[in-house]
Design a protein around this ligand. Structure first.
Ligand code: HEC
Length: 194
């Protein structure tokens, strides 16, 4: 229902209940009209066209990152936060932080099946329909990951390729968590070498 219609309905019941004199009723209508006008005719495209009911918007509390801020304790080291973006040379020396056991290997295999096998194949030998299409389109196809050239690469390099992609291979940094990318690295390392 439109605001004026609503006010008319409320007005009628107000008049009936409070049995206002016609003069006071006219006053009531005029002030209700003012409220309606201010609600409806404020400047467009702003959050608060009229500070009729500011709620808790204006208050003396501190906003996000607004000083004064409490600083971390001296010598503290962040353990959460943004992932460090390594370049290839830096990635070479990285050690896989995921322990190698039955659980993590199974998880790595499963993640590989879901995310990689469409191009590299379940056996990682890149005998896939997608690989054929790449070749037909004269694009560099997915690589057989069991080949010695791949298996010789350090963990950090495999992790870097999965993270950032390479050539026609997509990057997985925004798709899989850092730990899951390391779990997949475990699986690639665990593939039977050719
Ligand atoms: C869209 C298809 C596609 C998907 C999905 C894909 N790759 Fe690749 N991958 C490629 C292509 C194409 C290359 C070759 C890149 C080049 O030409 O340098 C490649 C290269 C690689 C290499 C480098 C091998 C070497 O010998 O240097 C590794 C390692 C690899 N992929 C692992 C993976 C893993 C693990 C996944 C899943 C997380 C994955 N890829 C998902 C297409 C894909």
């Amino acid at each position: 229902m439109a605001v004026p219609g609503m006010l008319a309905t409320i007005g009628a019941s107000v008049r009936a209940r409070a049995s206002l004199s016609p003069r006071r009723f006219r006053l009531w209508v005029a002030s209700a009209g003012l409220v309606a006008a201010s609600l409806g005719c404020g400047p467009a495209n702003v959050t608060y066209p009229f500070d009729y009911f500011p709620e808790m918007h204006y208050q003396s509390s501190f906003r996000f990152q607004e000083p004064p801020r409490r600083l971390p304790a001296v010598d503290s080291v962040p353990i959460t936060g943004k992932e460090v973006a390594y370049n290839l040379a830096e990635a070479e020396g990285l050690k896989n932080p995921i322990p190698r056991n039955q659980l993590t290997l199974e998880r790595g295999k499963r993640l590989y099946e879901v995310n990689c096998s469409v191009c590299h194949g379940l056996d990682a030998k890149a005998n896939t329909e997608v690989a054929k299409r790449f070749t037909a389109a004269k694009a560099n196809p997915p690589i057989n990951l069991t080949r010695p050239e791949t298996q010789r690469q350090q963990d950090g390099v495999l992790f870097w390729t999965i993270t950032n992609g390479r050539g026609n291979m997509p990057a997985f940094k925004n798709i899989l968590s850092e730990d899951d990318r390391w779990r997949i690295t475990l699986h690639v390392r665990n593939l039977p070498s050719q």
